[in-house]
Write a protein that binds this ligand. Structure first.
Ligand SMILES: [Fe+2]
Length: 274
């Protein structure tokens, strides 16, 4: 059977890639060092495969075709199409088709109805953390695109259910492989709306406390009450909730949190032990 070896999370502000050379040296140092620490932890977990949860930033989907959850079940996926991601080192990105299909089948059996894709283009949301962690080798990827962008979005309650479902699917996968989960997105940020660039540090810090505490009820209550007002990008915290629930909602280990107006995002890096 497959073994769950840990969950990991990081923000993916596009300016981390697009404006890298324009950022203050101190900011570049912080970002580099926090991603490096996350990469060390991920490498130490020795995953053969990695489920990555990210929003799709209108790369594969738009309003005419917008799944709540889409599981990448392909043998490979395309690298990020954004010009500022042209140096992404792995193209195409190797997928883990069998694990993706097993997750989709387990979901359908348990009354979830995800969509699937045999070939996704993985945009900066998936790829900035992968690129910045300085991994020597990329595990095979099962990308899961979560609609964090456009209402109606999956409820926080449903995100907890998805996390538990992922844990069940990994535990029941028949091959002996090591599987990690990676969540990308958040924390608070506001993009393309009147509050563009606003970061709600108070929300972010309360959110981190609730993840550290772990309990499902208080974390759900906090996000339901305050996520919407913390900026439209904040909805990406859903992905952290899915990873958190997959790891058993036992609290997480925060690597760092930085309110970074330069990249418009309250940036967090964290991991959950298996
Ligand atoms: Fe995003």
């Amino acid at each position: 059977m497959a073994e769950f070896v840990g969950a990991f999370a990081a923000s993916h502000a596009p300016l981390i890639a697009r404006d890298w050379d324009k950022l203050a040296p101190a900011s570049r140092e912080i970002i580099t060092s926090d991603f490096r620490e996350l990469g060390k932890r991920l490498t130490a977990a020795k995953p053969d495969a990695m489920v990555i949860l990210s929003p799709d930033h209108w790369t594969n989907f738009f309003l005419d075709n917008l799944p709540s959850i889409c599981i990448g079940v392909g043998e490979e996926h395309d690298g990020p199409p954004e010009p500022f991601m042209k140096n992404f080192p792995w193209r195409p990105i190797p997928g883990h088709a069998a694990l993706g299909q097993h997750i989709a089948a387990t979901a359908m059996k348990d009354d979830f109805e995800p969509s699937i894709s045999h070939r996704l283009a993985l945009d900066h949301g998936f790829c900035i953390p992968l690129a910045k962690m300085e991994l020597a080798k990329l595990p095979r990827i099962v990308p899961i695109a979560v609609n964090d962008l456009e209402p109606p979005m999956p409820s926080i309650k449903r995100c907890f259910a998805w996390g538990k479902l992922l844990a069940k699917a990994i535990a029941s996968y028949p091959e002996t492989i090591r599987v990690a989960i990676f969540a990308t997105g958040g924390l608070s940020h506001s993009i393309g709306e009147p509050t563009m660039g606003a970061i709600d540090e108070a929300f972010d810090r309360d959110c981190i406390k609730a993840f550290e505490n772990g309990a499902e009820g208080p974390l759900t209550a906090l996000l339901d009450a305050r996520m919407e007002a913390a900026g439209n990008g904040t909805h990406e915290v859903r992905n952290w909730v899915i990873a958190h629930a997959a790891a058993g909602s036992r609290g997480f280990d925060l690597i760092d949190y930085r309110n970074m107006p330069e990249v418009y995002v309250g940036c967090g890096w964290a991991s959950w032990s298996a």
